[in-house]
Ligand binder design. Structure first.
Ligand code: SAM
Ligand code: SF4
Length: 321
């Protein structure tokens, strides 16, 4: 389905919980955010009912996110249920990796093929400072579990903060050893740090990378995703890329909607406008009402919103990135 601006909308990010076992400084306030009530969170059957309609309307790619999606009880069942939806072409999951040693095998057995892992530093002290509630060793155990289980590709999300984790060299070293796709992401001022001079613009990230090592284009098709071209150190199994939501806005190629854990369809990451689909799910699922809400939502997608600190309505950890 295309929206008013001719963009094909074929991708949805579903946040399955607003809870998280970390408190990344760029995402969540230290004392957390007000939690959704249990009964407000969509049940798996409701998510799947919605996805049946969405797939029939051309949304064929899904990413599960959170909060921390592996923190949601029964997440492996949801993966299995979604993969049984006829016509769904791609399912992926974004996690902080902490629970992957426990879940990687079960997720793979359920049919999940790929994961993105948030790994904001390879320095133990910086990782602990940035995430507050865990350690680099624990995160690396998660990454190892993902590699050993055979997920592919494995993408690593690194939100870069000036003066905190802007040494990119350790990640380049990692790409020499592991087949991971490291994506350096511009800090979006939606986080608790606000504007606060944290942003390292993409142009600067590019210069930093070029100063560290010779890089060549990696053989990877450019999809609709926001990552710019992937590059690699010649001969390295891994790659690096930059995601620039702030300085090189990618609204023109935006292909996505977001479903928040409490059943609100969010039209744009940077805008607070949302459409509640729960009335079409409760007390019983009404497929035609769901379809009407979805089509309406797609047509309401804004052309472009500024990526500046403003009223996003929710914390990043609730929207799902
Ligand atoms: N807990 C999972 C994780 O950390 O990957 C999934 C949810 S998290 C909200 C999804 C992604 O959002 C993170 O991987 C991180 O890259 C990104 N993110 C969070 N806060 C951000 C910010 N202020 N600016 C840019 N990206 C951010
Ligand atoms: Fe939790 Fe992910 Fe946000 Fe970190 S980025 S606080 S792991 S939701």
């Amino acid at each position: 389905m295309t929206d008013r601006f001719g963009r094909t909308i074929d991708y949805i990010r579903i946040s399955v919980t607003d809870r998280c076992n970390l408190r990344c400084r760029y995402c969540m306030p230290e004392d957390g955010v007000p939690m959704l009530e249990h009964e407000d969170i969509l049940r798996f059957e409701e998510i799947v009912a919605f996805m049946r309609v969405a797939v029939s309307e051309g949304i064929v790619k899904v990413r599960l996110t959170g909060g921390e999606p592996l923190h949601r009880p029964g997440i492996v069942d949801l993966v299995r249920m979604l993969l049984a939806v006829p016509g769904l072409q791609d399912l992926s999951l974004t996690t902080n990796g902490i629970l992957l040693p426990q879940f990687a095998g079960q997720l793979k057995a359920a049919g999940l093929k790929r994961v993105n892992i948030g790994l904001p530093s390879l320095d133990p002290a910086v990782y602990a400072h940035l995430t507050l509630l865990s350690s680099l060793d624990t995160a690396l155990a998660g990454l190892k579990a993902a590699v050993d289980t055979g997920f592919s590709p494995i993408k690593l999300n690194v939100v870069v903060l000036r003066g905190v984790n802007d040494d990119l060299a350790p990640y380049l070293d990692l790409t020499r050893r592991l087949p991971v796709e490291v994506r350096f992401i511009e800090y979006m001022p939606i986080g608790p740090l606000g504007e606060d001079n944290c942003l390292v613009p993409a142009a600067e990230l590019r210069r930093k990378l070029e100063a560290l090592a010779p890089l060549e284009p990696a053989d990877k098709p450019r999809g609709n995703g926001p990552a710019q071209e992937y590059r690699r150190i010649p001969g390295a199994p891994g790659t690096v890329a930059i995601i620039a939501p702030v300085t090189e806005h990618f609204c023109r190629t935006c292909n996505r909607l977001r479903l928040v854990a409490d059943g609100h369809l969010r039209l744009c990451l940077f805008g607070a406008d949302e459409i509640d689909i729960k009335p079409a799910l409760r007390p019983v699922v009404n497929e035609e009402a769901l379809r009407a809400l979805l089509v309406w939502a797609m047509q309401q997608k804004p052309e472009c919103m500024p990526a500046t600190a403003s009223d996003y309505g929710r914390a990043m950890g609730s929207i799902g990135g």
